[in-house]
Design a protein around this ligand. Sequence first.
Ligand code: HT7
Ligand code: ZN
Length: 873
Amino acid sequence: PRAIYLKDYQAPDYWIDTTDLTFDLFEDHALVTSVLGVRRNEDHGEDTPELTLVGIDLELVSVCVDDTELTPAQYIQGSESLTVPVASQAFSLTVVTRIRPQENTSLEGLYKSNGMFCTQCEAEGFRKITYYLDRPDVMSKFTTKVIADKGRYPVLLSNGNDIARGEFDGGRHWVTWEDPFKKPSYLFALVGGDLEVVEDTFTTMSGKEVALRIFTESHNIDKCDHAMVSLKKSMKWDEEVYGREYDLDIFMIVAVDHFNMGAMENKGLNIFNSSCVLASPDTATDASYQRVEAIVAHEYFHNWSGNRVTCRDWFQLSLKEGFTVFRDAEFSADMNSRGVKRIEDATVMKTAQFAEDAGPMAHPIRPQSFIEISNFYTLTVYEKGCEVVRMIQTIVGKDNFRKGSDLYFDRHDGEAATCEDFVKAMEDASGVDLSQFRNWYNQAGTPVITVTDHFNPSSRQYSLTIGQSCPATPGQDSKLPFHIPVAIALLDQKGQALPLNEVGETEQVLQVTAANETWTFDGLTEKPLPSILRNFSAPVRVNYDYRREDLVFLMKYDSDGYNRWDAGQRLATEVIQDLVKGLLKGEEAEIDSKLIEAFGVVLADEQLDKAVKTEMLRLPTEASLAEQAEEIHPLQICEARSRVRKAIAVAHKNQIQALYQTLEQKGDYSPEATEIAERTLRNTCLGYLSELEDDSQQQLAVDQYRSAGNMTDLRAAMSAVINSSYQSQETIDALLNDFLDRYKNDSVVMDSWFMMQSASPSLGTLEHVKSLLEHASFDSTSPNKLRALLGGFASGNMKQFHSGSGEGYEFLADWIITLDKQNPQTASRLMTPLTRWKKYEPVCREHMRKALERIKAVPDLSTDIYEVVTKSL
Ligand code: HT7
Ligand code: ZN
C-alpha cells in the first residue's frame, strides 16, 4: 500500500456533470447501469486522451461511449480501474456492472442489513457500486431509478425528490429520484426495504413546507419521536443561529442495524445507525437521548457544512467535520446545560484526543498524507477540528464569526472547498490576521503552556509569563509557535475575580503567539490566584504549579464552571497518582484528606447547579489517569482509583444517602435537562453507595433496579450491582437474566447488556467475554455488537484487559485478524488500544508489541490495518 500526499493534489482531468443510475435489485445480485455525462476539464488542455475511473469488486457487463458499445479490446480493465478512450470534449459513458450486496460484509458501498438494501459511500464506498471518479471535487447532478420486488422492498429511496414511480409485471416496482443539487459521489444513498415511516412537516423561514420522514423496521416505529423532535429543533436552530434554510421538499432519515459509524449525511437521505436514532423511555438512557439529539443535529447541519459546500479532497475532512461538530456542540449547549456540555467535550479532548496526539497515529487536523482515509475519521479531525473552529470564534468574536460563516457559505455554495477557504472567509469578514493561527491546521501534537507568575507588592504589579512548546510527533520534530487564545481571570483571597481593565472586565483572553511572553497587571494589593484556560479556551495542556489548597480554593470559588471542575480533576489526579506510586513501592500510602473534604464541600453546596455538581463528583476516569501518566501501570491505576472512590463513599455516606433520597424520582420520564440532571446526580450517588460493604446500601441498587421506571435508572442500578464487590453472584445473575428476558428482542438495548458486562472490572473477565461471544444475541457481523463486547473489554475495562500475561491482547489480536477479512474499518478501530503500547510498563508493553507483530505478519492485510499496525510498531 502507498501513501497519498496533500501536496500532490491535482484537479481531475474530467468532470461528470450528470449521473443517471438505474439499480435492478435482486436476491443474489444487483445490476447497476450508470450513464455519465462526461466533460473534459478545459484547464488541463487536450492531452488527456483517456478517462480512468475507479471501481472495486465490480463485475463489468458492458461499456458504451455515446451510443457505441466498446469491445474489451477498446477499454482497459485494471484490478481497481476502468480506462476508456476519449475522442471528444464531452460525451456520454454508459457502464453496466453487477455487484453482490448480499456478500458485502465491509458495509461500504451497497450492502444488506437485516434484509434491507442500504449504502454507505463516504469516504470511498461509491467505487464499490460502479466505476466512477470517486473523489469529492467531482460534483454531479444525480438521477436514480431503483427497481425491486414490491413485496419484499415496498420502500425504495434515494437522494432528492421522488419524481416518478410505477410497476412492472411479476411483482416488481420502481421509483425515480432526482437530486437537483450537484454533489460528490460520497453523498449518494439508496435504501430498499420493508419499512414503516413516521411523518411530520417543517415550515422553513421563507415559508416552504418540508416533508420529514423517519423510516425504521416496523417493531421500532414507536421509538422515532425523539429523533423527529430533534430534527425540527435542529432545522429551526440552523435558521436562527446561522441563517441556513433547508433546500429540498423532503428530508429523510433511515435507521439501519449494521453500520460502521454513527450516521451519514447523504443529501436528503440521512442513514443512521439504529442506536443513534431510536429512543423511548423504556429503552434509551438520558445519555442516549442526548446522543440522538446531537447526531440528528450533526447530520442535518452537514446539509450546509459538508453538502452545499463540500470538501475538495479528503485531506480537508476537518473542513466539514470540525465545523459541523462545532455547530452541533453549540446546538447541544443551547438545548441542554452549556456548562456540562463544555466539561464533556473537554473530557473527550483531554482523555482521548490528547492520547491520539501523543500516539503513533498523531496527525494535524488537516493531515498531510494517508494510506487509508477511513483511518482519519478521528478525534483529531472531528473534536480537535471543532476546538480549532471554536478558537477562531474566540479570536475574531461572535459577530465576526457569523459574518465569516455567511461569507464562507455564500462564496463557496455549490463548490468543493478547502480549510484555507474557511480561514480566509473568517479573515476577510473580520479583518483579523489569522496567519499564525493556520499552524493549527499543519502541526500535530498537543501544545503545552507553562505559566509562571510573580507579584511585586511595592509596585503592586502582578505578571504572568506564558511559555509554549509542543512535543514532537511522527514526521514533525520541531514546531512553530501556535496562536493560542488563553482566557484568564485573577481571583483575590475571597475568591472574587478582579477587574482586569478600565471597563472592569474580570476575564481576559490573552493572545499567546510567542514562545515566551509576559503580561503585567497593575494596581493589585495582594497576590491573586490565576484561573487559567477558562472554559477550555484552547486544546492545550496547562502547567502551573498550583498548591493543593489552591485547587480546593478554585473548586469552591472559580466562577468559570469548567475551571472549577478542572481544579477538582487535577486534585483527584494528583492524589490518585500518589497512591499509584505507593502501590508500586509496596507502601500503604494515605489518601490526602484535602480531596475527601473537597468532595464533601461539593456534596453540601446547595447553590451548585445539579448537572455541574454531578460532573464535579466524578473522579477522573482510568483512561484519563492513564493519559496523564508518564508510564501506565494499569492495575495500580484501577486499584488506586477504586480506593479513593470507596474512601469518598465511606467519609460522606450520610450526605450521599440523603442526597439520593431527596432526588427520589416522580412522574413520567422526560429527557428535559433539569430532569436529566436530577437523575444523573441521583445515580452518581447510587454508584458511591454501592461501594459500601453494607447490606442495606447494596439492597438500594437492587431495589432501584426492580422499581425503575425508565432505562436510565434501570441501567444505573444494573451497573451498580454488577460492578459491586459485595453483591452475590446469584443476585448479579438474576438481574442479568431479567434484563435479558425483557430486552432480548431489542438489538440496541442488547448492545448495552453486552457492554455492561464486558466493561465491568469484576464481571468482565476474558473468560466471561469469551462466553458471551457464544450468546444467541451476539452477532459478529454487527459492528455495534463487536464494539459493545470487544470494544467494551479492550477500551473500557482496564483491569481485565491488561491483567494476566497478555491473553487479553492475544484475544483482541485474533479478532482483529479475523475481522480484517470481513470489515476492515471496524477491525481498524478496535485496534486502537494496542497502538498505545509504548506508554505501558515493560511487561504489558512487550505483550502488546508481540500482539501487534503477529497482526503485522498476516499476509494480505487491508490498507486500514496495514497503516495502523505499521505506524504503531
Ligand atoms: N460523515 C460521516 C462519516 C461516516 C463514515 C466514514 C467512514 C466510514 C463510514 C462512515 N459512516 C459515516 C459521519 C459524520 O461525520 O457525520
Ligand atoms: Zn460529520
